[in-house]
Ligand binder design. Sequence first.
Ligand SMILES: Cc1cc2nc3c(=O)[nH]c(=O)nc-3n(C[C@H](O)[C@H](O)[C@H](O)COP(=O)(O)O)c2cc1C
Length: 201
Amino acid sequence: MTADVHAALDEKSLATIFTGARTHYSWRSREIPQAKLLELYDVAKLGPTSANCSPLRVAFVCSRQAKERLLPALSRGNVAKASSAPVIAIVAQDRNYLDLVPTLFPVGYDARSWFTASPGSAAEHGLRNAMLQTAYLIIAARALGLDCGPMSGFNASIVDDEFLSGLEWNSLLLINLGYGADVPAPPRRPRLSAVDACRFF
Ligand SMILES: Cc1cc2nc3c(=O)[nH]c(=O)nc-3n(C[C@H](O)[C@H](O)[C@H](O)COP(=O)(O)O)c2cc1C
């Protein structure tokens, strides 16, 4: 039987990824098997990017030794949150992502020219699409039963030197991944209403 791909999610599923999902800062000791991290990437990679350019790269920091190397890069307020997380994902962008466009978007001509129309446009496209894929990664993690704690409070040069040297990748965000500890979450902070954030034309 073919699934109805246009069916809306039920309330429980929507709660898992949006309405009931919260950012997590403390973690149960339960580990995440590598197979789950591979599944996470395999789901997130299906989100759309411009001409399928797929600039996101992810380095999963799993071992105690690797976490010790990461902690000095974190802002002080993020150290405890990360050190107790089972896995910290270093979300990065491949600076050479355009090299793969002919492979990822095989349409009979070279679509790389779409990304290089003006100076800086390749970098702009790369960042836009990598950040989109980062959001897909967060939503995919929640959909697969994982909790997330994104962190931009870190020194990217330290992370890049320590983990990404030899790769043409630069880090954009860290995401703590795991199963959130059973502690009461503070009230959700306000979000902008549609009146403030949307316009209809
Ligand atoms: C890009 C990004 C960067 C963030 N950086 C940090 C951070 O460095 N430290 C931190 O404690 N929380 C950080 N957060 C967590 C946000 O403050 C949190 O997701 C937001 O307030 C929404 O919380 P909620 O999901 O519980 O509603 C970050 C979140 C995002 C999406």
